[in-house]
Design a binder for this molecule. Structure first.
Ligand code: ZN
Length: 139
């Protein structure tokens, strides 16, 4: 019997909302607030800044799934409009709230593994000067 392939480590730690390095310490100190550091291994979570990424992916994914199910349900069963609102709006809000935390943790784990961070520009004080040995071709 073939064994199931294991989930990638980043996805496993993300779904459990745990530290991307040790997989044990909690990532969040609040609902979506990233803790300062891992309580188990001491990893500084200062690098963790997924910005609007989790919200975008969760809203898009949940909206597509709920809208597809809603469309099939509305076309086949034809429920009254009040029932559609009573089911679909909580499904959209609840689905987003349920998925946001693990998706954010997953994106933080991906940031950690791929060493993704804000671009930094360092000045070497040579702006406007041609590198040594460079000939511009102007006369
Ligand atoms: Zn840790």
């Amino acid at each position: 019997m073939a064994s199931r392939p294991a989930l990638p480590r980043t996805l496993r730690t993300g779904l459990r909302c745990r530290c991307p390095r040790c997989g044990e310490g909690r990532l969040f100190s609040g609902f979506l607030t990233v803790a300062d550091r891992c309580e188990a291994c001491g990893l500084d979570y200062g690098f963790a800044d997924p910005a609007d990424g989790p919200a975008f992916f969760v809203m898009s994914g949940v909206s597509i799934v709920v809208t597809a199910v809603w469309g099939v349900w509305a076309a086949t069963v034809q429920p009254p409009i009040w029932l559609q609102f009573a089911v679909v709006v909580p499904a959209l809000v609840g689905g987003c709230l349920a998925a946001l935390r693990p998706v954010k943790a997953w994106m933080v784990a991906e940031q950690y593994v791929h060493k993704a961070e804000e671009a930094r520009f360092e000045s070497h004080g040579t702006h406007g000067k041609a590198p040594e040995g460079y000939k511009s071709g102007r006369r």
